[in-house]
Design a protein around this ligand. Structure first.
Ligand code: ZN
Length: 87
């Protein structure tokens, strides 16, 4: 069974691939496919704020670049954090 995205008649101006119809619907007038798009994808991350018993989570939307930076820093933070205390 084929499960391919339905393609539109419009070609990407950069790579000449047909642009999926859904993308054109979502972004009318777009001239590039997803991979050629200049618009960077945004990614949500959950960050924990506050200290001690007063921590709360917040969802932050980051640009792709920021996200990668955050993820690389996160692994460093994790190593620096003291082990979790069992209550
Ligand atoms: Zn393209």
């Amino acid at each position: 069974m084929k499960n391919k995205l339905k393609l539109s008649e419009q070609k990407c101006i950069r790579c000449e691939e047909f642009i999926p119809e859904l993308r054109l619907k979502a972004l009318p007038g777009t001239k590039t496919c997803v991979s050629c798009s200049d618009v960077k994808t945004k990614k949500p991350v959950t960050v924990q704020l506050g200290e001690g018993d007063h921590t709360y989570n917040e969802l932050v939307i980051l640009e792709d670049e920021q996200f990668n930076k955050y993820m690389s820093q996160k692994s460093i933070y994790k190593q620096q954090q003291p082990p979790e205390q069992s209550a």
